[in-house]
Design a protein around this ligand. Structure first.
Ligand SMILES: O=C(O)CCC(=O)C(=O)O
Ligand SMILES: [Fe+2]
Length: 276
């Protein structure tokens, strides 16, 4: 695949090839170790020190998922918005999606602390995809415009069995193959939210790395057997001309002045507030 955008090339040709073949790539040093430690502390400080977990947050098997409000997992505070506007990741997404006109979204958080239970299974979550394709369409288009790339920043070192996200190497191709062979391919395996026939492996990484996945990649959270809690924030990128509207602009007034200042010029474009 040839890159047609004139943004800096963060990934090597080999890494780009690996992404399209394997369905994922680890972007090394998306932020520095110092920045990662800063964001780790910021996120851990959101957890009440009395460990009284708010009713609307999720917690299971040592994985705490803070919720901004009931039903909304997006954390786009001024403190976290620089992560949304990260230039290095933006350039990677632009390289892969072959467009510089991108939208960023998601912003959910995940803290996975050690869990000594359920030793018979490495994962705490069923394999699923989080595709930017509505569930009311019959099938995926399988075009580059439809692809969303996303995943998570690791703010902590993620050693083997350390709660790293599980993926299926080449799994995005299996999803494509099965879906293409079925007239209602989008709806297989409970709309691809319950994938039980594939084997997964953990993506390890260092504090500051970003595990980037193709949106058809089956994945799931894993148990953390290590003392070090895994702290992560999820980001997704889609093209502005995304066929199902993932690139559409936000409602006017969606972001306040402090958020817009924190996002900076690139962030404001990625959020859809300023035009490309
Ligand atoms: O926390 C993880 O590693 C993965 C979480 C995930 O995929 C999800 O909640 O949709
Ligand atoms: Fe997911």
């Amino acid at each position: 695949m040839t890159a047609v955008v004139d943004t800096p090339k963060v990934l090597t040709d080999t890494e780009i090839e690996q992404f399209w073949e394997q369905g994922y790539v680890v972007v090394r040093g998306a932020i520095s170790r110092e920045e990662a430690a800063y964001y780790r502390d910021l996120i851990l400080d959101m957890i009440p020190r009395d460990l009284n977990i708010p009713e609307h947050w999720h917690t299971a098997d040592g994985r705490i998922k803070p919720m901004a409000t009931p039903g909304d997992h997006t954390y786009d505070t001024p403190e976290l918005l620089p992560l949304w506007a990260n230039e290095r990741l933006y350039h990677v997404a632009a390289q892969l999606l072959e467009s510089h006109r991108l939208r960023v979204f998601d912003g959910s958080l995940g803290v996975t602390m050690r869990n000594d239970m359920h030793r018979d299974t490495p994962r705490s979550q069923t394999l699923h995809i989080d595709a930017s394709v509505p569930k009311d369409v019959d099938n995926f288009l399988f075009t580059l415009e439809e692809v969303q790339v996303g995943g998570c920043y690791y703010f902590t070192d993620v050693l083997p069995d350390g709660g790293g996200i599980h993926i299926v190497p080449g799994g995005h191709k299996i999803v494509e193959e099965e879906s293409r062979a079925h007239p209602q391919g989008r709806h297989l395996h409970d709309d691809w939210k319950r994938i039980t026939h594939l084997e997964s492996v953990e993506v390890t990484g260092e504090a500051g790395d970003f595990a980037l996945l193709h949106h058809l990649m089956p994945h799931g959270a894993s148990h953390n057997r290590q003392p070090v809690a895994r702290v992560a924030q999820f980001m997704r990128y889609a093209r502005e001309d995304h066929p199902h509207g993932a690139g559409k602009a936000p409602a006017p007034g969606r972001f306040n002045e402090r958020q817009l200042a924190a996002a900076g010029p690139l962030g404001r474009k990625l959020l859809g507030v300023d035009a490309w």
